[in-house]
Design a binder for this molecule. Structure first.
Ligand code: SF4
Ligand code: SF4
Length: 72
């Protein structure tokens, strides 16, 4: 079985370590490790997408898109 990473993926090569994503994350899921941002607590991530939006170098990508639908 292949375990897929569903949480935000961070390109280490692109990350400048600015810390913007760490500051804006509402659940403290991110931390700085060796100068780059890392999702150290994936279970805490609520998939809000704030980190992806704020990153100035587009180093963060959420693998899935949440679509809300209602047929009511
Ligand atoms: S998607 Fe939201 S909760 Fe998850 S790591 Fe990014 S800012 Fe934090
Ligand atoms: S906002 Fe982007 S460049 Fe800044 S620490 Fe987070 S991932 Fe790295």
């Amino acid at each position: 079985m292949v375990e897929e990473n569903w949480f935000p993926q961070i390109e280490k090569e692109l990350c400048t370590g600015c810390g913007d994503c760490i500051v804006i994350c509402p659940t403290d899921a991110l931390e700085q490790v060796s100068g780059v941002a890392v999702v150290t607590k994936p279970a805490a991530c609520n998939y809000c997408g704030e980190c992806e939006t704020i990153c100035p170098v587009e180093a963060i990508a959420l693998p899935y898109q949440i679509v809300l639908e209602s047929d009511l």
